[in-house]
Ligand binder design. Sequence first.
Ligand code: SF4
Ligand code: SF4
Length: 322
Amino acid sequence: MALAPAVSGNTINGLGEAARRRPRMVYWAPDPDTIAHGAMQRWFYSATPPDPRFSEMRAWRQTIYDMPLPAVAAAPAQRAPQDWTAALDRFVAEGLCEKAGVAEMREDWVYEGESVAESRIIMLGVQHEHGAIAEAPGIPAAVEVLRQYGRAALAAKTVAGWLREQGWAAEPVSGPMTGTVAMIPPALACGFGELGKHGSIIDRDMGASFRLAAVLTDAPFAPTPPVDHGIDAFCAACRICEDACPPQAIFPEKQTVRGERKWYVDFDRCLPFFNETQGCAICIAVCPWSRPGVGPNLAEKLARRAARMGDQGASERRKTET
Ligand code: SF4
Ligand code: SF4
């Protein structure tokens, strides 16, 4: 806490701001000296426990970050937009990632001071192994997060490399230090799920237990639509993550953040515990949607309930009209 800056991370994030604006980088900056919480970010890495699993996993991840990308082929391949998007299924089928989606790029997802010229963002999701994440906070969970960041980076590099060989420029973006784009908004826009009370996306199949990477390109992919499984309303009636969060960082109600009402985690409360525990992850581990096999059943139950309510509503409306 001696390294905490005078400014609140919630202020940087825009908590309480009614006007829309682009996000500011609050943590995980490629150069920690450029952000107020940079000294705390450096501390996170200096405090890694002397466990060989960390150094081995970080070294493996670094080999992926360092992998060269192929040159862009001279003649761009031509496909219909739907066919470009359908071509991503192969990477999911091969197990490179668990999910892929596409959104048209929007400037308000780009951090202030950064720019993105490409028209499309391909989002890729990789799921944590639940047994390891269930041990959060602890070394197995932290090492699993590192492993999935590595898988996510590999997925982004592979998809970007494939596109370059098809004659389309493509840039991989991987976390946690993405540098340019906030990952959650485009992932929500392209059908990865809904924002949970714990501030992470809840996907129907992966729950909240996954990491994201992206590829920026001008290849004319068809966007994939956002989804609504009723998770937002589910969170309003659930408080498992709220109760499980040791520093009580998860707001029980939605907050106004840069002109939008949404679930929000108190950055200043979360960060010290997050740093002390090498990434915490309790809230994503305890979320019922993260348990293997639970999400699809819950989504179907919520869809049936919504259909019943819809039928009931229609029947009520018919009665009123007659
Ligand atoms: S634990 Fe409950 S309230 Fe928290 S994100 Fe998951 S479903 Fe929503
Ligand atoms: S990561 Fe940990 S400290 Fe932060 S909100 Fe989740 S449970 Fe709370």
